[in-house]
Write a protein that binds this ligand. Structure first.
Ligand SMILES: [Zn+2]
Ligand SMILES: [Zn+2]
Length: 396
């Protein structure tokens, strides 16, 4: 692999913009960051950015599919299709995310994901850093757009088999379910990022989960508890919910779906101001309708996932609630920049370094830094993706 040099770029570093920067990559890694120079070593591939942004590749910890495929389709082809679609939107690392479904469907998804992960080819698109075991351990009253038949409480026999695959790196379970504490303990042993989602948990249940290692809540404000929903379940006195617990606990992180359809600007900015760029991630929560025409699609497995309608902007469940996003991480980045007080380095951090830190892969990727994988994006001044590099190799 020849030496790769990006010159005359505005490098987006975690804490600042570096104007007229030059970033050198060798053998798939970033080896130097400096001011742009006029002379370059013979044989190097030089890319003149002409002032474009050089951004770290995006990292998505919550994503279901794209370009017509859902990871839960359970085939290697569906995994490749989804990873490739998201790479075109700037995601260079992702965590394929399960929905509710049968154990056989979840095992098929884990196997297909592992098969593609092993192939390790840039043409496959975004790299797979591990699976997000998301469904099926959701609360019955908070399944959202997932099929309710596919949800259940955790049992060791079921989840141990998933963890045994070795590919699960993020583990979600609603904190109020029977068996949640044991699930969290097992996930902690496996060094997963432990999250609580699709849950109507109260503050005391969150506090108990926190003691077991739970540190993250999926898509803030969506399919999670609030004071009224906890009151409806637990009565009075009114209790704190997931919302207060996340905002009141410095070590808790969370994520937002910043597609402009799920959350209004004031909520995106509120989440940013209260949690800050080190504890808030951008996720796509994107389904198979990414880059597809408006129409009716399955959320989850093609065979029996729940139906939703894409209007070309977002997914809609039959009951009129939202059914996850249909856009890539580039869209989330532009929306967050437009809607909130976050600076560009802060926005990019929430889509790269922060999710890398939370999932334990920040030594390898997540920012433009010497020694890290050359997972890089050239973005124009409107933050549109122009070129994508994964491990120093361009995605074509
Ligand atoms: Zn969800
Ligand atoms: Zn989701």
């Amino acid at each position: 692999m020849p030496r790769l040099i990006f010159t005359h770029v505005t490098a987006i570093l975690p804490d600042r913009l570096f104007e007229d920067a030059q970033v050198t990559c060798e053998n798939g890694r970033v080896t130097a960051i400096s001011r742009s120079t006029k002379k370059h070593p013979a044989g190097a591939q030089v890319i003149d950015g002409r002032g474009a942004y050089l951004s770290p590749g995006f990292i998505d910890i919550h994503v279901h599919g794209g370009a017509g495929a859902d990871f839960m389709d359970g085939t290697a082809e569906a995994v490749r299709t989804s990873c490739r679609a998201h790479a075109k939107h700037g995601t260079t690392t992702l965590f394929p995310t399960t929905t509710t479904g049968s154990p056989a469907q979840i095992h098929a998804m884990l196997n297909a994901t592992r098969e593609v992960q092993k192939e390790s080819r840039v043409a496959n698109g975004a790299r797979i850093a591990g699976v997000h075991l998301y469904g099926p351990f959701f609360a019955e009253d908070k399944v959202g757009c997932h099929s309710v038949e596919g949800r259940r409480s955790p049992t060791p026999a079921e989840y141990r088999a998933y963890f045994k695959s070795g590919i699960v790196r993020i583990a979600t379970c609603a904190a109020e379910l029977p068996g949640a504490a044991e699930f969290y303990a097992e996930a902690k042993k496996r060094r997963c990022l432990i999250t609580c989602g699709h849950s109507n948990a109260s503050w005391p249940e969150m506090a108990a989960a926190f003691k077991k290692g739970m540190r993250h809540v999926d898509h803030f404000w969506c399919a999670m508890s609030n004071v009224s929903s906890v009151r409806a379940r637990c009565g009075v006195p009114m209790r704190g919910s997931m919302l207060e617990f996340v905002l009141g606990t410095a070590d808790m992180s969370t994520e937002v779906i910043a597609d402009g359809c799920h959350l209004a600007p004031e909520l995106l900015d509120f989440a940013f101001r209260l949690k800050g760029p080190r504890k808030l991630c951008l996720v796509t929560d994107c389904n198979r309708a990414l880059d597809q025409p408006p129409g009716r699609y399955r959320f989850g497995a093609e065979s029996d996932g729940s139906w939703f309608e894409s209007d070309g902007k977002v997914g809609w469940a039959p009951n009129g609630s939202l059914a996850s996003s249909i856009v890539g991480m580039d869209h989330m980045v532009r929306q967050m920049k437009k809607d909130t007080s976050a600076t560009l380095p802060e926005v990019i951090r929430m889509a790269s370094l922060t999710p890398a830190e939370l999932t334990g892969i920040a030594r390898q990727t997540g920012s433009i830094a010497e020694g890290k994988s050359a997972d890089l994006l050239l973005l124009n001044r409107k933050l549109e993706v122009r070129r994508v590099f994964i491990g120093g190799e361009e995605l074509v």
